[in-house]
Write a new protein. Structure first.
Length: 580
């Protein structure tokens, strides 16, 4: 059984005659999450196909037997935990260590010999041939009978029932979803937030549910079963918790992304966005299509002769739904503004902004930034150095620093740079993404919070981001989503149609721009934003109309915090640079 691929992966399809060459050029690292494995470790190692494996890493989870001594005597790389971190915590160390060691393919096998090491080539076959991003061994796929191989009856039937439930929720037809013998491409592990998964046994379920629903090609291969007295096992109570959490993980993914990830915005890569009602033809340049015809979809709501002041370009400007003509490319479908201002005019306006009320909503903004930093920390990266473009006064930089990152920012506003340095002591310099040179040492993350929709040339900005990123780095973008439910309902009254916004992304057009710039999106999420009612009314008075008048007494007396993230107007996308 295999899930269908959602997008191209690092390894292209190859012919069988190229496999020996691939085996020599790809670095295969075997990881063993060990706990009290002193008696079986040597036997497991002896049966590994050494001609396919370049390195074996043992991660000992605070064993009290001689596991570490045996592993070192065998000449293996050993990582030790001073305290027991659990099965999931052990795997996190396994994968981080293997990736840091430059693994192209990571194999995980238990050192208790419950899974036959001689079956490792079966795991590697679909990956080396370019047909899988992740493989796992199934004891139910026909190579042997798990019961005759020694599997206890309660584990046999528990496995079958739980797998059936998970298949129904995920839209898959695997024979087993509880195997502890797995292999991954490097890209697959970099695409999954595995550092944020459980430290317990349900780590496996969380990982495979994310892999299936996020477009990874997951393939099961048949393997034999061998249970002995030395095979590891978990208690009945822990086993019941594992079952409940595994089914729960599948249910959450099914609700969030749909079966096989069919409702995830990431599944819309390569599709054509919906066409809005045209109100006349226009000629304009599209960053991906060149000089092509556009359709005017939302006529300008501003006086073209009025004087534009820097206050309109602040984050807290109340001039919502004030915008230039907005057109849609008739070829790729992207929405763009057609400003009367030149690029130099816009740059000058940003340089002169002073957003003195920005920190009145500091708590809500910090919550958002801490949420973003937590998501970043769930992914593997080489180190924790980041650069943020469009940093405002450095509130995100300060939140990232608190989250363990060494953070640097670039911001066009002279006032914002001065305020950020004085208030938070952040590393913030004045400039734009267009003025940034390729760093001598690449960053582990490039962050653009509410910035990409403001630049003149988004593809050039994304190209700069890629030049700044390390091989395993991540791009973090937050931007407006013109395909949100709120935007669809409000149409030309959507408050995010404002003059500073030059681009309006849908999932299809944002993923297309990322792809052209050499990125692959691995996560898409609506941001959880909270603002005081008074702030929402102040910024949205023009579009809320009589509703604002009704809510003013409540804002004056209680001023509750309002969850605005459910509208789906602002999204965060995490992407990885593609090879080449």
């Amino acid at each position: 059984m295999t899930t269908e691929p959602a997008r191209p992966r690092l390894l292209a399809r190859t012919s069988p005659t190229t496999l020996p060459s691939l085996q020599r050029t790809l670095r295969v690292v075997v990881t063993m999450p060990a706990f009290h494995a002193a008696r079986t470790l040597e036997k497991t190692l002896a049966d590994l196909p050494s001609e396919l494996v370049q390195q074996v890493i043992v991660v000992d989870d605070a064993s009290t037997d001689d596991t570490v001594e045996v592993a070192r005597r065998l000449g293996l790389a050993v990582v030790t935990h001073e305290t027991n971190r659990g099965y999931g915590g052990n795997q996190k160390t396994c994968y981080r260590t293997a990736l840091d060691e430059g693994a192209d393919v990571v194999v995980m096998i238990h050192p208790d010999y419950q899974y036959d090491p001689k079956a490792v080539p079966l795991l590697l076959g679909p990956i080396l041939s370019g047909d899988a991003d992740m493989t796992f061994g199934s004891r139910f796929a026909g190579m042997s009978d798990p019961r005759s191989g020694g599997m206890p009856w309660f584990r046999y039937y528990g496995n079958r029932i739980t797998t059936s439930l998970q298949n129904a929720l995920l839209g898959t037809r695997f024979t087993e979803l509880h195997s502890g013998m797995r292999a991954y491409t490097r890209d697959c592990l970099l695409s999954l937030p595995f550092l944020g998964y459980s430290d317990d046994f349900d780590f496996d379920a969380q990982l495979i549910c994310d892999a299936i629903s996020n477009g990874q090609r997951v393939v099961e291969v048949p393997i034999p079963t061998s249970y002995t007295n030395e095979s590891s096992s978990i208690a009945i109570g822990a086993s019941m918790r594992y079952v409940a959490r595994s089914v729960g993980a599948a249910a959450r993914v099914s609700v969030k992304r749909g079966r096989l990830g069919g409702r995830s915005p990431l599944a819309r890569a390569g599709k054509t966005p919906r066409r809005l009602r045209a109100r006349g033809p226009l000629e304009a340049d599209c960053p991906t299509c060149g000089p092509v015809r556009h359709a005017l979809v939302y006529p300008s709501t501003v006086d073209p002769n009025e004087t534009v002041v820097p206050d309109e370009f602040t984050c807290t400007s109340d001039r919502v739904n004030h915008h230039d003509d907005i057109a849609q490319c008739t070829s790729c479908g992207i929405l763009r503004a057609l400003p009367n201002l030149t690029g130099d005019d816009i740059a000058e306006l940003y340089e002169g902004t002073e957003d003195v009320v920005y920190l009145e909503q500091e708590d809500g903004r910090r919550e958002l930034f801490e949420w973003v930093v937590a998501k970043m920390n769930d992914y593997h990266r080489g180190d924790k150095r980041l650069i943020e473009f469009g940093s405002h006064i450095g509130l995100f930089l300060d939140s990232a620093r608190r989250g363990g990152w060494t953070a640097r920012g670039v911001e066009p506003s002279a006032w914002s740079v001065s305020e950020g340095r004085a208030r938070f002591g952040v590393d913030l310099c004045q400039g734009t993404i267009e003025s940034v040179e390729t760093p001598s040492e690449p960053y582990d993350a490039v962050v653009m919070m509410d910035m990409l929709e403001h630049v003149i040339d988004p593809l050039s900005a994304l190209a700069t981001a890629k030049r700044c990123l390390a091989r395993d780095g991540m791009l973090v973008v937050s931007t407006i989503n013109v395909d949100s439910v709120h935007a669809r309902l409000r149409k030309d009254r959507w408050p995010w149609f404002i003059r500073p916004h030059l681009w309006y992304y849908t999932p299809e057009t944002l993923l297309a721009h990322l792809d052209v710039a050499g990125f692959e999106a691995v996560e898409w999420a609506s941001v959880p934003r909270w603002f005081n009612l008074s702030y929402v009314l102040e910024r949205g008075r023009d579009v809320l109309g009589p509703i604002a008048k009704l809510l003013e007494p409540l804002a004056a007396r209680v001023d509750p915090r309002i969850p605005t993230g459910w509208l789906g107007d602002i999204v965060v996308v995490i992407a990885r640079p593609k090879e080449g």
